[in-house]
Design a binder for this molecule. Structure first.
Ligand SMILES: [Zn+2]
Length: 161
């Protein structure tokens, strides 16, 4: 069996969706238009990364989500040219990644510089942050209704809730 990765996909106007894929990078390329798509990577503070369309502004894509992240601290002697008309957060402060168009989230394996599966904690956190229902903590399926924690009575009973 091939190795698979759990990722979240967040399409314009839709809640986040958990999918299992063989290559997060190839999957993101296909999502964003195929071979001609250029992927930009945005890093979040907790080791999760975003794969998004590098040319979202050029293609006129709307803002899908604003995702908080701390602006990197710039080493002394390095100058930053602000390309955002002053909207970029000052170094070291919390700002937002302005994500245009569809995107995916994976965890970033720093040592290998490769994507890896989101952890159950990542999935809970980002499903909530991106406006969806967090998956059932017992089986990972969708909860039965808004506000429910477990997908059904069986899972709630198994979890001792
Ligand atoms: Zn369940």
């Amino acid at each position: 069996m091939p190795v698979t990765y759990k990722i979240l996909v967040c399409r314009m106007g839709a809640g986040p969706e958990l999918v299992e894929v063989e290559s997060p990078f190839k999957w993101a390329k296909k999502l964003l238009g195929g071979e001609d798509a250029y992927i930009e990577v945005a890093y979040l503070d907790d080791g999760v990364q975003i794969f998004l369309d590098e040319d979202g502004i050029g293609k006129g894509l709307g803002i899908n989500r604003l995702i908080p992240a701390r602006a990197p601290v710039v080493p002394e002697g390095v100058f930053v040219i602000d390309m955002t008309d002053g909207r970029a957060a000052p170094p070291g402060t919390i700002g937002y990644h302005e994500i245009r168009g569809d995107f995916i989230l994976t965890r970033h394996n720093l040592r290998e510089d490769e994507p890896e599966s989101l952890t159950p904690e990542d999935i809970q956190k980002y499903t909530t942050l991106l406006g969806g229902l967090p998956p059932c903590p017992n089986c990972g399926n969708k909860p039965a209704y808004a506000g429910a924690v477990y997908c059904g009575a069986e899972c709630a009973a198994e979890a001792g809730a």
